[in-house]
Ligand binder design. Structure first.
Ligand SMILES: [Zn+2]
Length: 363
């Protein structure tokens, strides 16, 4: 097969990612939209000749053992069927690069346990199925460039996702995620990350490690603020609509008064009172050393555990104003007119918040 570096059939393309495979008519078997309820017998006669096998839009419920005879398969499309089970013989397909099985009935028991042995797979699409757990086998497929698991019921992403170092596209939209592991920040080749339509409350700070990320989709989540590190990314696309962002954050703000320990510690740091390791218990030394500076450049204050969360808007790529979470030493400490703290929630102060929000939400 000529190794023409062309883009595959646009319908099977994965979110704009280029796949180095050109379907050739000679080796293509297109049985899509065929009303089939299984693999037809005539296929088995020439199974080892077929490179691209299209069985999408049928009524097939299992991928049978004979799939193991299709030893030269590069692309298999079984999307839009009634698949509940994939036979473990699929692991024998050493050349398979693309597996499309979206919109089926696959669940946590449907994939072969040793599917992680399929080291040639670069694209796998399992969107629109019934997974409630992230299939751990996928974390062993180290050649994966594009992984789509949208529209399932997944609640948790395992830290082992960090194994997928070559991943460029990760689609997790339409699941039930409330958080992401810090290890997402290890996916250093990621270009597009889709997290829309989940229940995410925040993002890990490690995302600053995604230096190739260009598109980040976060709409329809429960995110109230973003980690300040996000401004270091070179995003060209960012969707934030339908997140509570600043509005809910400001309303929910509660200030706990600082403890006596905190107040005493602040005086020691601000007045620069000297202390020696042998003059104080080690836990107090550690405590004093954990002091953080107030982000207000006009304030010399420090804080320990009692801090005031506030939101700072930052220009981002010249297109957005992002609400970032930072900390001040007290509720009376303000940095600039762009800061919207708890004490300024008068009605005339809320107007500028709303106008900034529109830029973020709709930008
Ligand atoms: Zn301060």
């Amino acid at each position: 097969m000529a190794a023409a570096f062309l883009v595959a059939d646009s319908d099977r393309l994965s979110l704009g990612m280029e796949v180095q495979h050109k379907p050739s008519k000679e080796y293509l078997e297109d049985l899509s939209h065929g009303n089939l309820d299984g693999f037809p017998d005539f296929l088995t006669e020439r199974s080892s000749d077929i490179v691209d096998l299209l069985l999408d839009h049928n009524r097939i419920s299992i991928i049978p053992k004979l799939i193991g005879n299709f030893t030269n398969l590069v692309l298999l499309d079984v999307s839009f069927n009634s698949l509940r089970y994939i036979s473990s013989e699929i692991v024998r397909l050493e050349h398979l690069q693309m597996l499309h099985a979206r919109n089926n009935l696959l669940d946590d028991d449907s994939l072969p346990k040793d599917m992680g042995l399929m080291k040639s797979l670069q694209v796998i699409n399992l969107s629109g199925n019934a997974f409630s757990e992230f299939p751990m086998q996928l974390t062993e497929m180290t050649a994966l460039k594009c992984l789509q698991l949208g529209a399932n019921n997944i609640v948790h992403i395992p830290p082992e996702i960090a194994n997928l170092k070559r991943l460029e596209v990760l689609y997790l939209g339409g699941n039930k995620l409330t958080e992401l592991p810090e290890e997402v920040g290890c996916l250093s080749n990621l270009v597009s990350l889709y997290l829309c339509d989940n229940q995410l409350l925040s993002l890990p700070r490690s995302m600053v490690g995604l230096q190739h990320l260009r598109s980040l989709s976060l709409h329809n989540n429960h995110i109230s603020t973003l980690p300040p590190e996000i401004v270091k990314l070179n995003l060209v696309e960012l969707s934030l609509r339908n997140n509570p962002l600043v509005v809910r954050f400001v309303q929910d703000m509660v200030l706990d008064p600082p403890s006596l320990l905190e107040l005493a510690g602040r005086v020691i740091k601000v007045k620069n009172i000297k202390y020696e390791p042998n003059s104080l218990p080690s836990n107090l030394i550690d405590y004093l050393d954990s002091a953080q500076h107030c982000v207000n450049p006009k304030c010399k204050g420090v804080f320990f555990t009692s801090r005031v969360e506030h939101v700072k808007f930052v220009d981002f790529c010249g297109k957005y104003r992002l609400p970032l979470l930072e900390y001040l030493c007290s509720s009376r400490c303000k940095t600039s007119p762009l800061i919207y703290g708890s004490s300024e929630s008068e009605s005339e102060e809320e107007l500028p918040v709303v106008s900034k929000m529109r830029k973020v939400l709709l930008g």
